[in-house]
Design a protein around this ligand. Sequence first.
Ligand code: ATP
Ligand code: MG
Length: 374
Amino acid sequence: MKLTRKELGELIFEAIVTMTIMYFLLMGFYLIFNQIVQSPPEFLPQINSLWDVILFIDFIVIEYKFIILVSALLFSVFFTWWRLFRRYKQMQLRHILDELHYIASGNFDHRIEADLNGDMNDVVNSINTLVESTVEAMEEERKIEQSKDELITNVSHDIRTPLTSIIGYLGLIEDKQYSTFEDVERYIHIAYVKALQMKVLVDDLFEYTKVRQTSTPLNYTRINLGNFLEQMAAEFELESAKQEMAIEVIMESEPLMIEADVDKIARVFSNLISNALKYGKGGSWIKIVVDKVGSEALISVKNNGPKIPEEALEELFGRFYRVESSRSHQTGGTGLGLAIAQSIVALHGGYIYAESNENETKFVMRLPLEQTPN
Ligand code: ATP
Ligand code: MG
C-alpha cells in the first residue's frame, strides 16, 4: 500500500516521539534505581529481603552493563517498531474505509487495489468479492426491471393494434356507417378475428409468465416418445398436405420412454412444427429425428426452408422476437412460441438451441428421460 506524504510524516513523528519517551523512561528507571542503591529509603533496611534483591540487581547491572544496555536498546527498537506497525495498520484500514466510501458513493466500477499480505489481504479480497456480487445483483435487478418495461411496451403495442381495429369496425356499426347487411357481417367478422388474435396473445402471455416461474409444478407422466411424436405429426398432416410438405418422424432408437408433462411438451412441439410450416416456405419436408444419448433424448425438428440469419439465431428464444422477414409475411404469430418452448424445456431440466444453413433449419433439444424428484 502506498503511503501519502502526510502519513509518512505521521509515521516519522510517531517514531521520534516513541523513541524519546522510551529514552526518558529508561533513563528515569536507571536514575531512580541508582538513587535507591546510593541512598536507600528509610523503610528498605527493615525489609531485608527487598534490599538484598536491589543489591543483587545493582550487582547484575554493573557486571552486565553492556548486555543490559543492548537489551534496553533492542526493547526500545522493538517497542517503537510495534507502535509504528500498529499505526501503519490503522492507516491501511483508513485507506480501505476511504475506498469503501468512494465505492458506496456510486463508483461501483471501482475496486480496492491494495498490495497487502495476511488478514488484511483477505479482508480486501472479501470486500471486493462482496462489491462484485452486489454490483452483479444490481445489474440483474436493472435488467429485470428493463425487461419488465419492454414486456409492458410490447404487450400494449400488440394489444392496441387489434383493439384499434375492433373499435374501428364496431364504431362503423355503432354510427350506422354501412349500406348493406353484408357490410355489417364483414365488419363483425373482422372485429371477431381481431378479438381472437388478442385472445391468443393474452393466452400466450399467461402461459409464458406461468412457465417462466421455476416453481411451476409439472404433471409428469411416462410416455412413449415415438408414439407421442407420431400423434403430434398427425395433427399437422392436413396443414402440411396443403403446403405440400411431408412430415416424417424418424426414431433412431426405439422404444424411447420419457417422463414429461405431456401438455407442456406438446405445446413445444406444436410450436416447432407450426413454425416449420409457417416459416419454411418453399421447403418440401419436416423431419423429427429422435435419438437416445446416455440418459437423455436428443430430438431435432428440421425443415428445409429459408435460412435464419446468423445474428437472429441467438435472439429467436427471446420473447416477442420475430425475424424481420416473418413480420412482413404477416404470419400472425406473437413471437412468444419459442420463448415458451425454451422455458418448458428448461423446466424439464433440458435445453434447446437452433441451427440454420442453406440446406436446413433445425431446432435441437435435449430432454432427460427420467425426472429426479426435488
Ligand atoms: P408464436 O409462436 O408466438 O405464434 P412466432 O411463431 O412468430 O409466434 P416463435 O415461435 O417464437 O414466434 O418464433 C420466433 C421467430 O423465429 C419467428 O417469427 C420466425 O421468424 C423464426 N423462426 C422460428 N422457426 C423458424 C423456422 N423453422 N424457420 C425459419 N424461421 C423460424
Ligand atoms: Mg411460433
